[in-house]
Design a protein around this ligand. Structure first.
Ligand SMILES: C[S@@+](CC[C@H](N)C(=O)[O-])C[C@H]1O[C@@H](n2cnc3c(N)ncnc32)[C@H](O)[C@@H]1O
Length: 222
């Protein structure tokens, strides 16, 4: 039972890349992550074949933002998490030839809570999380007090979570939750200069305003 997410991950790899998913000698150059267990923390040095600051895109969709940013900052490591098979497949194809990106098909909250080592992530991106606008669906929203606590524990000191949304009331709710977390400070994201994600492009074409929120880990080193 514990192996199922790994199997579904491998099955979801496009046919031309299945081979490299199983060959350990090509692991360093493969964009596919082989989990040894669902209980061990991810070993970024092993996964990327080097030590570098880690950036994580939660719900990376088709991977266009992840890949554009990874190419812009080749000295950092980028991990994309996506749970939907079709979008994960699109991302897996895009990342295939970019050395500093890996993708994992999994529930983001599981990765944040259980797989990322404490103080290991320089930046999390949460771009256009599903807003679930109907009140009776709010419990499906990704951002909860528990999740923000897990994010703050996974962030290095001074590391940030960048959120983008078109949905003002969800943004306000996230701010409200952040204000109850003493390890996170709301900072001015005025200088956001990032590639456009697929959803950002769609919203821009429709003339919909995009709102940004940046939360910084201000917890002291313990
Ligand atoms: C609105 S889309 C935004 C995609 C991308 N970030 C962008 O800006 O183009 C939200 C994405 O998050 C993914 N997602 C939502 N909740 C997730 C979760 N708990 N774990 C992993 N992926 C999730 C969805 O499948 C979807 O691809």
């Amino acid at each position: 039972m514990l192996r199922r997410p790994l199997l579904s991950f491998l099955h979801s790899v496009p046919a031309g890349q299945m081979d490299s998913a199983h060959r350990s000698e090509s692991f360093r150059g493969s964009p596919l992550i082989e989990l040894e267990s669902l209980l061990n923390r991810l070993d970024a040095k092993k996964i990327f074949g080097r030590r570098a600051a880690l950036h994580v895109d939660l719900g990376c969709g088709d991977g266009s933002f992840l890949c554009a940013l990874a190419q812009r900052i080749p000295e950092k490591n980028f991990l994309g998490i996506e749970r939907l098979l079709g979008r994960f497949r699109s991302a897996a194809v895009k990342v295939a030839n970019i050395r500093n990106v890996r993708v994992l098909r999994m529930e983001s909250s599981y990765v944040v809570r259980y797989l990322l080592p404490p103080r290991s992530v320089e930046t999390f991106y949460l771009l256009f999380p599903d807003p679930w606008p109907k009140r009776r669906h709010w419990r499906r929203r990704f951002v909860t007090p528990d999740l923000l606590r897990a994010i703050s524990q996974a962030l290095v000191q001074g590391g940030t979570l960048l959120v983008a949304t078109d949905h003002v009331s969800y943004l306000e709710k996230i701010k409200e939750i952040a204000q109850t977390n003493l390890d996170l400070a709301i900072v001015d994201p005025a200088s956001v200069d990032l590639p456009q994600s697929k959803f950002a492009r769609v919203f821009q074409q429709k003339g919909v305003a995009i709102h940004w929120l940046e939360l910084r880990n201000v917890s002291p080193v313990r």
